[in-house]
Design a protein around this ligand. Structure first.
Ligand code: PRX
Length: 636
């Protein structure tokens, strides 16, 4: 296995070496993987384009590193333990041998559907092991998967299908989440009325609900698998071939397809998994994310399976049938490492101590969080009641674009500090810049978080629009990757993420572009203009606050708000529905017409103390009016 840091001095030593000579460091990590052909150069890069290549001319298939590499040593060991939504349904255990057979068979199914290397395939599925099988089969035949979170609307799904001109959709009849059943296949049917590229739809039977199957296009998963061989030779991929596209929100209206490559992502997801969580042979690792997000890609599927680990996959939600569901699963499967989002912890905290205290939880060794800053109260609750004061908490900072964790404690080895992501992992060189691009050296500084040197797991492009990749991440601070996050380096050199400095908000750990939500609101025929900002929300971290100018001649305010929420639900999905909507007559704008979001943010936060310089406002009275109407904002 690749480098595993085991002591604090080992961390310091490896970190220093990795910064002085990153190529030697990453080549040492990469050498422990199976390559069909070794690379010529470790890295070639130019951040001004950007052009980033790792393990140049190296040849591999990531699934050989997951399946063939583990077959003869740990073939009978569980690769995936699947816990269903309903605790009365049996769980499933899939060994590495089973997984190999299932992925090979699915690869042959994909070939029979006409899938070729380089084709794009959408996976729109509930949290069932077949979703992981589908991802791995795509990787095995060289197709590029794009998993779309099954909570996104038909419209969002259609946009993603069209953006990457996908050929196949892999889906299910429906999905269970808590007490709800989602009609997944009918959402796909709706999306496909707005797309032209899809040739085949493969449908897994999960709920048994009746669905429409379009002849010639739609095929049941089980029918397609009938009599199919479970032997398949993996396609040879270049290290820089695309492995997957994952759509994420940015400060502009349309989500962008972040592209990750085969070689670099493989190395980085495995290295970070093994080190941050200090996974040891025989441990059971559980990441509660959905495979539709990057966390699910890197720490349910790729990182653990590349390590030969046992990864637990859960179909349901933390609060159903009751708020001890997470903790009962930990006890049932003797989970050793548990990785979740602060928003889930805050929602469980609200139910008090009883659901957690009644569980044993003594199997836990490491706790992790991801997706948003964790507030100190939630950190202590997690530490004291879930970890019983025994388990280090790794507050892992990273992004869809980074492929894996960049800044985080290494469990039990480097120090932790509540609400701090603490220190960079080896090979990661964080730099703090002020707004003018000046590097802020030393400790006790605050500014924009950038990364100086490439790391293998970083994005390579945004699908179909390389210019957008440059503009989003490499144009603001020349020669650096800009994360979009603000950060503080404290007096001890520990990093604390302060949140986004761009027009992106973080709702329950999900990234949401304010422009994206505004575009959806503006689709309402009576809406003239809108401005969306984030505000602190007790459970979600940030809530969505929309200021809306609308023609109210034939609507009550309550109806308009209901319709706007339904509109956003249809266009993006339930996660983007505004928590508060305030109907206003005007928005604070500069004379050049730019909305002064800074003012709206302060009003939404309830901070009316000091709006700074408002002399450039076109109409300063607008601000007074918005403040006066603040209490009319819908609260749910
Ligand atoms: O603002 C940071 C926040 O989530 C953003 C990335 O979102 P996404 O690409 O959806 O990936 C989430 C899962 C990796 C970051 O720019 N973020 C993520 N982790 C943390 C965090 N903020 C504070 N602390 C974290 N641990």
């Amino acid at each position: 296995m690749s480098i595993k840091i085991q002591t604090l001095s080992g961390y310091i030593h490896e970190y220093q070496k990795s910064i002085l000579d990153p190529e030697a460091f990453w080549s040492r990590v990469a050498e422990s993987f199976y390559w069909r052909k070794k690379w010529d150069e470790v890295v070639e890069f130019d951040f001004t384009i950007p052009d980033i290549k790792w393990f140049v001319n190296g040849k591999l298939n990531i699934t050989e590193n997951i399946l063939e590499r583990h077959l003869y040593t740990i073939g009978d060991k569980p690769a995936i333990i699947w816990e269903p939504n309903d605790p009365s349904e049996a769980h499933r255990v899939i060994t590495y041998t089973d997984l190999h057979q299932q992925v090979c068979r699915m690869s042959n199914v994909l070939k029979s559907l006409g899938v070729e290397k380089g084709d794009r395939i959408i996976i729109y599925m509930p949290m069932v092991p077949e979703a992981a099988v589908a991802m791995l089969a795509c990787a095995r035949v060289g197709a590029i998967h794009s998993v779309v979170f099954a909570g996104f609307s038909a419209n969002s799904l259609a946009d993603r299908i069209n953006d990457c001109t996908a050929k196949v959709v892999i889906t299910a009849d429906g999905g269970y989440r808590g007490a709800k059943t989602t009609p997944i296949k009918s959402i796909v049917d709706d999306a496909l009325t707005r797309t032209e590229s899809i040739e085949k739809v493969l449908v897994l039977k999960r709920t048994g609900d009746s669905v429409n199957m379009k002849p010639g296009r739609d095929i049941w998963w089980h029918d397609a698998h009938e009599g199919v061989d479970d032997k398949h030779k993996a396609e040879e991929m270049d290290a820089e071939d695309m492995l997957f596209i994952l759509y994420t929100s940015g400060s502009t209206g349309k989500p962008k397809g972040v592209v990750h490559s085969c070689g670099g992502y493989m190395i980085y997801s495995q290295f970070t998994f093994q080190n941050v969580f200090q996974y040891s042979v025989g441990d059971i690792f559980w990441c509660t994310a959905d495979v539709g997000w990057i966390t699910g890609h890197s720490y349910i599927v790729y990182g653990p399976l590349l390590t030969g680990a046992t990864t637990l996959m859960f179909e349901g939600i933390p609060t159903w049938p009751d708020p001890s569901r997470f903790w009962e699963i930990v006890d049932k499967h003797k989970v050793n490492q548990f990785y979740t989002a602060p928003t889930a912890l805050r929602s469980l905290q609200a139910f008090g101590q009883e659901p957690v205290l009644k569980c044993d939880l003594s199997s836990l060794k490491v706790l992790g969080t991801v997706g948003e800053p964790i507030n100190e109260e939630a950190w202590h609750w997690y530490h004291d009641h879930v970890g019983k004061g025994r388990c280090p908490i790794v507050d892992t900072w990273w992004q869809t674009e980074t492929g894996g964790i960049l800044i985080s404690p290494i469990a039990g080895i480097t120090p932790t500090k509540p609400s701090y992501a603490t220190l960079p992992l080896p090979g990661v060189d964080p730099i703090i810049l002020d707004n003018e691009g000046k590097v802020l050296k030393g400790n006790s500084v605050e500014g924009n978080l950038c990364i100086k040197f490439p790391w293998p797991g970083m994005l390579r492009t945004t699908y179909g629009d390389h210019k957008r990749c440059y503009e989003n991440y490499f144009s603001q601070f020349k020669g650096y990757y800009f994360t979009g996050d603000g950060v503080k380096r404290d007096e001890d050199g520990y990093y604390r993420i302060l949140g986004r400095v761009d027009d992106v908000i973080n709702v329950s750990g999900h990234r949401m572009g304010t422009a994206e939500v505004e575009n959806a609101i503006n689709e309402h025929p009576r809406v003239v203009e809108s401005a969306v900002v984030g505000y602190p929300h007790e459970v979600k971290g940030q809530g969505i606050y929309a200021f809306v100018i609308a023609d109210m001649s034939d609507r009550t305010e309550a109806n308009l708000k209901r319709e706007i929420r339904a509109m956003v639900n249809n266009i993006i999905g339930p996660i983007a529905k505004p928590d508060r909507i305030q109907v206003v007559h005007g928005l604070p704008k500069t004379r050049s017409g730019k909305i002064m979001r800074r003012i709206l943010r302060k009003i939404a936060q309830g901070d009316l103390s000091n709006f700074g310089d408002t002399s450039t406002l076109l109409d300063p009275n607008v601000v007074e009016e918005i403040i006066a109407g603040k209490d009319s904002a819908l609260v749910e």
